[in-house]
Design a protein around this ligand. Structure first.
Ligand code: AMP
Length: 192
């Protein structure tokens, strides 16, 4: 299974991506997690990404694309992957399409998580308290939601045009949302 999870910060993509990767026994590739690990380890990639992350801006496409293409070439991604947090721009989506076309391994579906802004703000404030993420400070949260609306939202149309988009109501207990997604994926596979 090759999936992308798309949606604003706080919509629960990361939580569901872990569940889906378990369910389909495939790799969970979360670009934000990879960047945070690199920042913590003080690598060159981490140094390149940190200032953008702290501001709530996107890390430049060339940096992200190179990192993800390398990651997708790793062995564990051969059995499939759930991409969480990538692509976030049309440029990134086009690069992903090219790579997957070269590999003869196109995406099965793109899950678009939807939740009202006040719910997102509530969840992100909770996460800021629990995880001490620098980019979950209130001003930065608002900026990240704007960045999503401007840079990432166009991907909804991009994938809808390709017949890959599945909208997910992201409100509800974790297990309920997971079940909704699995049912939708199953429904999508049925002919007709
Ligand atoms: P996330 O944990 O997915 O919310 O990502 C945290 C931060 O990492 C984002 O606010 C960006 O600064 C950076 N980041 C993660 N994925 C990407 C991406 N695909 N493109 C650009 N920046 C990214």
């Amino acid at each position: 299974m090759r999936l992308v999870v798309l949606g604003p910060p706080g919509a629960g993509k990361g939580t569901q991506a872990v569940k889906l990767a378990e369910q389909f026994a495939c790799a969970d590739v979360a670009t934000g997690d990879i960047f945070r690990a690199n920042v913590a380890e003080g690598t060159e990639l981490g140094r390149a990404a940190q200032e953008y992350m702290d501001r709530g801006d996107l890390v430049p496409d060339d940096v992200v694309i190179a990192m993800v293409m390398e990651r997708l070439a790793e062995r564990d991604c051969q059995s499939g992957f759930v991409l969480d947090g990538f692509p976030r721009t049309v440029n990134q989506a086009e690069a992903l399409d090219r790579q997957l076309a070269d590999l003869g391994a196109p995406l099965h579906a793109v899950l678009c998580f939807e939740a009202a802004e006040e719910e997102l703000l509530r969840r992100l404030a909770g996460r800021a308290a629990a995880q001490h993420r620098a980019d979950d400070a209130e001003q930065t949260i608002r900026h990240r939601l704007e960045v999503f609306a401007i840079k990432t939202r166009p991907l909804i149309d991009y994938y809808a045009h390709r017949g890959l988009l599945i909208n997910v109501d992201a409100i509800g207990p974790i297990e309920v949302v997971t079940k909704r997604i699995l049912d939708d994926l199953e429904g999508n596979r049925r002919p007709g």
